[in-house]
Design a protein around this ligand. Structure first.
Ligand code: AMP
Length: 204
């Protein structure tokens, strides 16, 4: 299955991506994670991406799209993938469509995790991650950057919801509730829950 997970920062995409990809038996590919690994490793890509990430801006498409194309060409992504955090602009979505077309594929479904903005701000300001045994706040989870990232999401990424709805690929998932509840809704939308046959249309 080839799936895109869409949703604002703080909607729980990273957590759900890992669980859903595990259930589908495909790799979860997070552009944010790839960028962060490159920043910590001080690679050329990381150095290019860092200033945009620190400011809460999107890394330019030419950098991001090339990186995703390379990742999708790796053997483990041949049979399917779950993309987390890509595409984030209509231009990236168009590029993804044409890269997949070149490979003779298309997306099977786009899941949008829906959470209202007040809740996102609350979640992001309290979010911590484990780095070298310590719980730390991501630089881009600082309050001013969070506000800017949400603005960037509204302006540049939210239009993808209509874009994918227009081609009949979108399922909106209520992302309020426990991790397990949200996962169950997502798997149902994919027809991959315990009651459904994988690949069957979702009854939502
Ligand atoms: P995330 O972990 O998905 O919240 O991503 C963290 C940061 O990485 C974002 O705020 C962007 O600076 C950058 N990033 C991740 N994915 C993309 C993308 N598809 N396009 C541009 N920038 C991205």
């Amino acid at each position: 299955m080839r799936v895109v997970l869409l949703g604002p920062p703080g909607a729980g995409k990273g957590t759900q991506a890992q669980i859903i990809a595990g259930r589908l038996g495909v790799p979860a590919i997070s552009t944010g994670d790839i960028f962060r690994a490159n920043v910590s490793g001080q690679t050329e890509l990381g150095l290019k991406a860092k200033s945009y990430m620190d400011a809460g801006d999107l890394v330019p498409d030419e950098i991001t799209v090339a990186m995703v194309k390379d990742r999708l060409a790796e053997p483990d992504a041949k049979g399917g993938f779950l993309l987390d955090g890509f595409p984030r602009t209509i231009a990236q979505a168009e590029q993804l469509r044409s890269s997949l077309e070149d490979l003779g594929h298309g997306l099977d479904r786009v899941l949008e995790l829906v959470v209202e903005e007040e809740e996102l701000v609350r979640r992001l300001s309290g979010r911590r991650m484990l780095v070298d045994g310590q719980m730390v706040q991501r630089d881009d989870d600082k309050p001013e950057t969070v506000r800017h990232r949400l603005e960037v999401y509204r302006e540049q990424t939210a239009p993808l919801s209509g874009f994918y709805e227009g081609v009949g690929l979108l399922s909106r998932i209520d992302a309020i509730g426990s991790v397990e509840e949200v996962t169950a809704r997502a798997l149902r939308a994919l027809g991959a829950d315990d009651d459904g046959e994988p690949g069957q249309p979702a009854a939502v």
